[in-house]
Design a protein around this ligand. Sequence first.
Ligand code: NAD
Ligand code: UDP
Length: 312
Amino acid sequence: MTRKKILVTGGAGFVGSHLCERLLNEDHEVYCLDNFFTGQKQNIIHLLDKSYFELIRHDVIAPYLIEVDEIYNLACPASPIHYQYNPIKTMKTSVMGAINMLGLAKRVNAKILQASTSEVYGNPLIHPQPEKYWGNVNPIGERSCYDEGKRAAETLFSDYHKQNNVKIKIVRIFNTYGPRMHPNDGRVVSNFIVQALKNQDITVYGEGQQTRSFQYIDDLVVGLIKMMASPDSITGPVNIGNPNEFTILELAKKVIQLTQSKSKIVYEPLPSDDPMMRKPEISIAKKELNWSPSVCLDEGLEKTIAFFKSVL
Ligand code: NAD
Ligand code: UDP
């Protein structure tokens, strides 16, 4: 096998750190670029002494020059509390980050994969969501900096491909969870597990009837690598997610049961524009990438709970 030089932006984050680890295990040379806004050195500390791993502190809103064969563009805060903290910066990260990384890909003739999101479907009116669905997104709401930033990034990827023949791969990632989520990340799986392990109230927003479909991190990493390895004609967008759909209330009850917690469920206001349902249609990933998720929610939650027990 030829060792590839691979740049992972957002490599010190939750998904990025798992991806860097897997690429190193596959004997590639990995450049992990991050500004540490939501990422942590702790996530990649075990990789720092590997000869083929390099850590770069850099912000993707500024250009960066490096000779690589492949780029995974993951840099962007993903949790609503973090991407809403500085919405203008979130939009800059998505849009200027995409422009800078696409410019780099064009210059060095690298393949580039964009970590897009199910948020491009907004509060969907079609269920489950196929890639051909254009979505139902509020352009001026609380979530818009992220949703519209990611949509603009998809446009940029598509146009760099059409105009400059850049080899692109767009993956729409659905809710993913697992070890190395930050305890204060704010997303639902980590919130519920941390609350349950501390016997604190479990905060269900709204009545908990909204649904999400949860994918374990290992399945996502396999999907990202398969997408990158696919023929150049496969540009995406491709949904990568686990179609197992649960209400948020079901998730809360499951976490309480698996942790044998004494926590009680409390109800808090539903944030604005919170999508009421979400489930990926994954027939393209199955057919084109020969990919489908293999970790069920109970198994993934057990592993994630074990991780949080070790860090709390
Ligand atoms: P994360 O917040 O753990 O990781 C994001 C990483 O990007 C962090 O290390 C952060 O420090 C870094 N970053 C943020 N802004 C940056 C900037 N301007 N320059 C350089 N680095 C920057 O989130 P995650 O869950 O690992 O998500 C990774 C990617 O996957 C994101 O692009 C996200 O939008 C996408 N995604 C994730 C999910 C999910 O459920 N985890 C779902 C859909 C899409
Ligand atoms: N949520 C919740 N309690 C929490 C955190 C989130 O009920 O402590 C809900 C949130 O309102 C949303 C769902 O869980 O309906 C998933 O939220 P998350 O922030 O994980 O991801 P996203 O909304 O971006 O899919």
